[in-house]
Design a protein around this ligand. Structure first.
Ligand code: KG4
Ligand code: ZN
Length: 333
């Protein structure tokens, strides 16, 4: 029997989870609401909030799972990529927990973990599969050959898809993080109401900065004529922007699936919670004959269950790290 404690602290959620022989028994997340007042994550405030949250969150994760701390076999933590001050809190906690319990320490790459969240529940994808990983910091098409053998075959050359959502929300005077709000308003809007351009980027790469600029000018021009433009057309603007972001993502994913002759296709990361993306992907899968894998909502945005499951697969291979391990703000897949 293996019991893995997973710790996630790369950005603004403090999370702890317990995984017993590959089954997630608990997954606790403390959100940091403090950043809403600043329109984005403030790194210094994030690391202080992690310090406050980490012990109560771990205690609760153990308690919900009905696991005593002495029963934990290994502790897995997010080493990177992320905000260094935030990563340091989780790393230091994990090291101390491992040292105190005399148990092994397992480092996890946050972006690999988003993908490995697909190995929490059934049905599970079959290697090799493609995963579109879309978060606040990343937009990648990944060819997943094995649990820890992944190749980026396409990525953004500028903004991430999550940033495109969040920056659009900011232009619409919506609070941070705006992605989920755009999703909510889009449900009442017409995705064809306004047309935003699709960038012509060669190969499997993405670009979202041109879209952001065209939205900026679109809003500015309409507001000059009608100061109430945003308020009156909010749902249609959200639906149209979301439609464009989703088509940019899925057109490249379709191209990648053809190029690599892959039929198992997954999405991961915070933006995979977007209902427009989930619906459009399901429709595309029907058309293309793909087996599609869409994570449960709680495993889309940052969570420790994905860290614990990644840790479990490293535990099976006895892949441990020493107490000299340091977090990495940048970490390749
Ligand atoms: O993976 P994640 O929780 O954190 C990072 O590692 O970045 O992703 C956060 C991103 C944010 O940009 C947020 O606005 C976006 O995911 N997001 C969404 C939705 N839920 C979260 N974007 C669009 N629609 C959603 N429903
Ligand atoms: Zn993430």
């Amino acid at each position: 029997m293996s019991i893995i404690l997973g710790i996630e602290s790369s950005c603004d959620e403090t999370s702890a989870a317990i995984c017993a022989d590959g089954d997630i028994l608990s997954n606790l997340i403390a959100n940091q609401l403090v950043h809403q007042n600043y329109g984005g994550v403030v790194p210094e405030l994030a690391s202080r909030a992690h310090q406050q949250n980490i012990i109560p969150v771990v205690r609760e994760a153990l308690s919900v799972a009905k696991v005593h701390k002495n029963e934990v076999s290994a502790v897995a933590f997010t080493r990177g990529p992320g905000l260094l001050g935030s990563l340091l809190v989780g790393t230091a906690f994990a090291k101390a927990f491992a040292l105190a319990g005399g148990i092994p320490l397992i480092e996890v790459n946050h972006m690999q973990a988003h993908i490995l969240a697909h190995f929490i529940d059934d049905p599970k994808p079959v290697f090799p599969f493609l995963c579109l990983t879309v978060s606040g910091g990343h937009t990648q098409i990944v060819l997943v050959k094995d649990y820890f053998d992944m190749e980026i075959v396409g990525e953004t050359t500028d903004d991430a898809a999550g940033e495109a959502f969040d920056k659009t929300a900011k232009l619409l005077n919506l609070p941070y993080p705006g992605g989920p709000l755009i999703d909510r308003y889009a449900k009442q809007g017409d995705p064809m109401a306004f047309r935003f351009p699709e960038p012509q980027i060669p190969g499997l790469n993405f670009s979202f900065s041109g879209l952001k600029t065209s939205i900026l000018y679109f809003i500015r021009d309409h507001q000059q004529k009608d100061p109430d433009f945003i308020a009156q057309h909010l749902a249609d603007i959200c639906a149209s922007v979301q439609h464009r972001i989703v088509t940019i993502l899925l057109n490249k994913l379709k191209k990648a699936a053809k190029q690599y002759n892959v039929r198992d296709v997954a999405i991961a990361g915070g933006v995979s919670a977007n209902s427009g993306l989930r619906n459009a992907l399901t429709a595309m899968a029907d058309q293309e004959g793909w087996n599609v894998f869409i994570p449960k909502f709680e495993y889309c945005t940052d969570n420790a269950a994905m860290i614990a499951i990644a840790g479990y697969h490293k535990f099976l291979k006895q892949e441990f790290v020493g107490q000299d391990v340091a977090p990495l703000a940048r970490m390749i897949l």
